[in-house]
Write a protein that binds this ligand. Structure first.
Ligand code: IMP
Ligand code: MG
Length: 172
């Protein structure tokens, strides 16, 4: 059965915000190569659009971690499913995330990647749900601050579905 959705952030709003975030990155890293690291799979749509709007030279890699089961509650345990393909030593790394919820995923990834001696490391997330934070986690740039609602679309799933919705929605 297909669920019913209520749009929270439209395609137009997403597009405008992603463009602004790309401009922000271009300013931060003027003249430098930016190494984007996407956290699979939720950040894929955001990362592709972000990279397309960026004027800086960009390289990309992906990492896969999981803390969620098939439902909507975090288990609290982070598992590394797929590591990066390349070394990040000396690179200007930007971790690209879809959403910060409990903060567990990003604090785990940030610590792991900081240990690998990048030249610099920043985190950019499209969405932030501050009400749900359990672990303190530094984020350099976030797009939208949203209320404590489970959302899908633009990369985000419910039981692996609805990632391809071009907007962000709440399941009714
Ligand atoms: P955290 O470790 O609790 O911060 O969870 C982060 C991850 O959980 C994100 O990267 C998302 O993939 C997923 N997540 C958190 N909230 C939502 C949501 O509302 N919808 C879909 N996925 C979510
Ligand atoms: Mg994610």
């Amino acid at each position: 059965m297909r669920e019913e959705f209520e749009v929270m952030i439209s395609q137009e709003q997403l597009d405008k915000k992603v463009q602004e975030m790309a401009e922000w990155l271009d300013k931060e890293y003027e003249g430098k190569v930016v190494h984007l690291i996407g956290i699979l799979k939720g950040s894929v749509f955001f990362m592709c659009d972000l990279a397309k709007y960026m004027k800086s030279e960009v390289t990309m890699d992906f990492i896969s971690v999981s803390s969620y089961g098939a439902g909507t509650e975090s288990s609290g345990i982070i598992k590394l499913n797929k590591d990066l393909d390349e070394s990040i030593e000396g690179k200007n790394v930007v971790i690209v995330e879809d959403i910060v919820d409990s903060g567990r995923t990003l604090s785990y990834v940030r610590k792991m990647l900081e240990d690998r001696k990048p030249a610099s490391l920043k985190i950019i997330t499209l969405l932030d749900k501050p009400d749900r934070r359990v672990v303190d986690c530094k984020v350099e740039k976030s797009g939208f601050v949203i209320p404590d609602k489970y959302i899908v679309g633009y990369g985000m799933d419910y039981a692996q579905k609805y990632r391809n919705l071009p907007y962000i929605a709440v399941i009714k």
